[in-house]
Design a binder for this molecule. Structure first.
Ligand SMILES: [Zn+2]
Length: 194
């Protein structure tokens, strides 16, 4: 793992998706946390345009930062759909900073939204593993479990009802009531014949 000066407010650590960047000190909302940097690629140069990796950060139509270099600690920052930081792009200076958009507590993972292009290309196919997406999935799974339970309960209720209905019909067929009716009829007939 790369060496980070101890007066920086972050460290690289284990995260759900591999490695991530974590706060080691309180970081106030609005603070510039770290610069996202690397060689500047010019898409007009064929050689530059051919470079392909997961750490490309497009600044303008022409300029892209190749953030895959080891010294770029910011490349450890993972994507989140509801992040606590954002990328602040200075187009003229061709610089990118990661800035806190919430107060970040020590131990919190630092993350920012990588944007829709990245999301579609890399995250959607495997499923985003950020906290809010995991929470959403958990909620959906719990709801599905509840629905399954409810469906099972309904089916059981129906089965019980069907079984007791059969019993009732059975009694009728055996004719507790019908028998007595016949007896009554018989009596009537008997009366008349007298
Ligand atoms: Zn997500």
């Amino acid at each position: 793992m790369p060496a980070i000066s101890p007066n920086k407010p972050y460290r690289v650590g284990r995260s759900r998706t591999g490695l991530g960047l974590f706060a080691t000190k309180p970081i106030r909302k609005g603070t510039k946390i770290i610069r996202y940097f690397g060689p500047m690629l010019d898409c007009k140069k064929e050689k530059d345009d051919a470079i392909e990796n997961k750490y490309l950060f497009q600044i303008t139509n022409r300029w892209t930062i190749d953030g895959s270099v080891r010294e770029n600690i910011a490349r450890y920052i993972n994507h989140a759909c509801r992040p606590n930081a954002e990328s602040d792009v200075k187009k003229k200076k061709r610089r990118v900073y990661i800035r806190a958009i919430k107060d970040i507590a020590p131990g919190d993972e630092i993350n920012y939204d990588y944007g829709t292009d990245y999301f579609k290309e890399y995250l959607k196919p495997i499923g985003c593993k950020c906290d809010s997406c995991e929470k959403k999935r958990k909620k959906l799974r719990a709801e599905a479990r509840e629905e399954k339970k409810r469906a099972k309960a309904r089916a059981e209720k129906r089965a019980v009802k069907a079984a007791s209905g059969k019993k009732l019909n059975g009694h009728k067929a055996l004719g507790v009531s019908r028998k007595s009716k016949t007896i009554a009829k018989g009596r009537k007939v008997a009366k008349r014949s007298r």
